[in-house]
Design a protein around this ligand. Structure first.
Ligand code: NCD
Length: 306
């Protein structure tokens, strides 16, 4: 399927061929992530962020500006007429008439799909609810591909909030296009939801569930860490019970492969020790920097085609 005018709602909408096309384009864009192209001259990107964001919104904006386009939008509910009671549907109708592409983040599951059904311009899901954040997953997989030159035949550990972190669902779905081994590590109550386990089983993925990093550390090529999603816990007492229950430190990585890379979508709270930042394992800052070329590639493909 061609990328032109395509909505980006879920990782499941993209196959291996789509992803390789995106990655090759992103690699090319790395040459321009600190300069300027005129590919999207005259195009406008609207950002509708109903939830907090630093990296996703700003890397989308930087990407659009580097491509010669322009950006408008809002970064919080308070900054829009939603604060006056305007509906999501009406807000999207307005942005649809002001822009060529809409990037949306929302706390409600399905909000991006709903926006895409209303809008005539392409809609990109920059995270909605607890299940989908496809462009983060693309960035995560891209970082792995840039670090290893491949994704196939890697063993990837995902540690943290596997229940409420939308990046986890989107990443697992995306990785189902590759031949990987998944090691899912979390406290009991943060284990992945039934739907995700069923998905992995249905797709015949090689996966296993673990309580402690030490059980699988020595076989990992990638350790992907995600914070406990406090704001998505239905019960604050449950959060109190698990907070601080895991932390990656230089000591906890003793016994890891020399080539291990540690990724994190960020923001981190306390699950990755700052002392790790200066070790060879830490690749999360490179990962967030690659957000610009990856999103440049995505905007180019959706707005201009191949
Ligand atoms: C993620 C998100 O918003 O889901 N952040 C991001 O986009 N880098 C992960 C998180 O908030 O933990």
């Amino acid at each position: 399927m061609t990328w032109l005018n395509r909505d980006v709602i879920s990782s499941l909408d993209f196959n291996r061929e789509d992803l390789m096309q995106l990655f090759n384009e992103a690699k090319e864009m790395e040459n321009y992530a600190k300069s300027k192209l005129n590919i999207l001259d005259g195009k406008i990107m609207a950002t509708a962020f109903f939830e907090p964001s630093t990296r996703t919104r700003l890397s989308f904006e930087a990407a659009m500006l580097r491509l010669g386009g322009r950006v408008l939008g809002f970064g919080s509910v308070e900054a829009s007429s939603v604060a006056k009671g305007e509906s999501l549907g009406d807000t999207i109708r307005m942005l649809d008439s002001y822009s060529d592409i809409i990037v949306i983040r929302h706390s409600l599951e399905g909000a991006a799909k709903y926006a895409a059904d209303i809008a005539t311009v392409p809609v990109v899901n920059a995270g909605d609810g607890t299940q989908n954040h496809p462009t983060q997953a693309m960035l995560d997989a891209y970082t792995i591909w840039r670090e290893y030159g491949r994704i196939d035949d890697l063993t990837i550990g995902i540690l943290g909030d596997l229940r409420y972190a939308r990046v986890v669902t989107s990443l697992v779905q995306l990785l189902s296009n590759f031949k990987v081994k998944l090691r899912l590590i979390s406290p009991e109550i943060l284990r992945p939801r039934r739907e995700l386990v069923d998905f992995m089983r249905m797709r015949g993925m090689n996966y296993s569930l673990h309580l402690n990093l030490s059980e699988v550390l020595s076989e990992l090529d990638v350790l992907y860490v995600v914070r406990i999603q406090r704001e998505r816990f239905p019960d604050p007492v449950e959060y109190e019970r698990v907070k601080g229950s895991f932390k990656v430190t230089p000591e906890s990585l003793i016994g890891a492969k020399d080539t291990l890379i540690v990724l994190h979508p960020l923001p981190r709270v306390d699950e990755v020790d700052h002392r790790l930042d200066s070790t060879k394992y830490a690749k999360y800052f490179r990962q967030s920097a690659l957000g610009v070329p990856l999103r440049m590639a995505l905007l180019k493909l959706v707005l201009k085609g191949d």
